[in-house]
Write a protein that binds this ligand. Structure first.
Ligand code: MN
Length: 437
């Protein structure tokens, strides 16, 4: 696990003035990575680092040849149109580049005049999915979500017997993962009404969002070589926001016995900025397993995982309906949660995923599963907030929702704050449901 160092010093300020705004998601202590290109040119997609309301163009920076050794090699790996190579280099390289970037963006940095020419305004850029995602695995790590959803189907026995023992997951589809700003057609599919004898075909009536963290894998492991829990975080590059859209009515009809399929693979949207695990060091938290719950099997248990395996990340979901957009009204918050409630840690997900010998590769991607908190208003999906569609939500403008309607945009934010540390944020992930074909 990375440790606290000079790049986390809360007193650090940048010569990029917008980064010193206490409200900024991207102060000099954050330094997240994305793949972007300027909107005005025909330039290729390349790596960038967020600083305040700007992007430091890593391809332009590389042409100045400002760094040496490991940091120079790491910078070179960020000049192409994916971050897979940089992700594959591992923690020493990531950390060397972060330190050099921190020193270069510092308010007293000698090179600031030359680096200023490498800045691109975030409002004048577009983003791409930051890695070539080979495999996407979706976990189910919020026991509150699993219990709330399970109760809708099995009121007396909401949790399946494996839940408290196994970090549950399934293999998802990477081809339909898009970056913030993604819009998609409401999926068509088979559904069956509870009292119907046969299924019908048509647009899903129960399109929902899922508030998740996305996890990018760094160095992979060889086929047949499990990653131990204590080594697991050496294989994790960083975290982003992730909206794992779901068609609940298609899911309910198709999911047995092999799990979700077309109800999930029509779209999943991630935020452009990947927050490195090094940037998140000040916001690590204890991981608890209540004493009256089953304790993890030995391969999922360690002191380090107990001491600081969790991440304290505030999560927020907002809804911006078509009507709100027409009337130029702002989005409204529908829930607030935190990743620290997760029943399993990121390290446990990696250790479990590889314990059978399965190989992970650089740029592989995990969804954490919907992150619902213990209280009803902390639910990370509409299926929970509306009790399976039985209790509509009334929004501030008088509109109601059970599930998403055409034209609805869902916006998610994430941020970390605690006394003694500089607040950092994740930016946002936004996506919009369009009418069915
Ligand atoms: Mn999911």
């Amino acid at each position: 696990m990375p440790i606290l160092n000079e790049t986390h010093d809360p007193s650090l300020q940048s010569w990029v003035k917008s980064a010193n705004d206490p409200e900024s998601d991207f102060p000099i202590q954050n330094l997240p990575f994305a793949i972007f290109r300027p909107l005005d040119g025909n330039g290729d997609f390349r790596g960038g680092v967020a600083i305040g309301d700007q992007i430091l163009d890593l391809a332009a920076l590389h042409r100045l040849d400002p760094f040496e050794g490991e940091a120079a090699r790491a910078l070179n790996a960020c000049t192409g149109n994916t971050l897979n190579e940089f992700m594959s280099m591992g923690r020493t390289a990531w950390s060397a580049l972060r330190l050099n970037l921190s020193q270069s963006l510092h308010i007293n940095a000698p090179l600031s005049d030359r680096l200023a020419a490498c800045l691109v305004s975030q409002t004048k850029a577009e983003y791409a999915v930051p890695a070539r995602i080979g495999d996407y695995t979706d976990f189910y790590t919020s026991i509150h979500h699993a219990t709330n959803v399970g109760r809708l189907f099995r009121p007396d026995n909401p949790l399946m017997p494996n839940y408290q023992w196994v970090p549950i997951g399934y293999h998802g589809r990477s081809s339909s993962i898009g970056v913030s700003g993604q819009s998609f057609r409401r999926p068509n599919g088979q559904t069956r009404a509870p009292d119907a004898a046969e299924p019908s075909f048509g647009p899903s009536k129960r399109v929902d969002y899922e508030l998740e963290l996305g996890i990018f894998i760094g160095p992979g492991n060889d086929l047949g070589a499990p990653v131990s829990l204590n080594e697991a975080e050496d294989h994790v590059f960083g975290l982003c926001l992730f909206n794992d859209w779901s068609a609940r009515d298609i899911q309910a009809w198709e999911y047995q016995p092999l799990g979700p399929f077309l109800s999930k693979s029509f779209a999943s949207t991630l935020s452009p900025w990947i927050i490195t695990t090094e940037a998140l060091v000040p916001f690590r938290a204890e991981w608890h397993r209540p004493a009256d719950h089953p304790q993890p099997l030995p391969y999922l248990e360690s002191d380090a995982n107990r001491d600081r395996g969790a991440f304290d990340i505030h999560l927020e979901t907002l809804l911006h309906t078509g009507q709100m957009r027409e009337r130029q009204a702002p989005p409204v918050r529908v829930s607030l949660s935190n990743f620290r409630h997760s029943y399993w840690t990121v390290a446990q997900m990696v250790a479990h995923h590889t314990v059978n010998g399965c190989n992970l590769r650089p740029g592989d991607f995990f969804g954490s599963g919907t992150q619902s908190g213990p209280n009803p208003e902390e639910a990370g999906a509409l299926i929970e907030l509306t009790q399976g569609g039985k209790q509509p939500l009334t929004l501030a403008n008088g509109e109601t929702r059970t599930f998403l309607e055409d034209g609805d945009s869902v916006i998610m934010h994430g941020w970390c704050e605690k006394p003694g540390a500089r607040r950092i944020g994740f930016g946002e992930v936004a996506g919009t449901v369009l009418p069915a074909w």
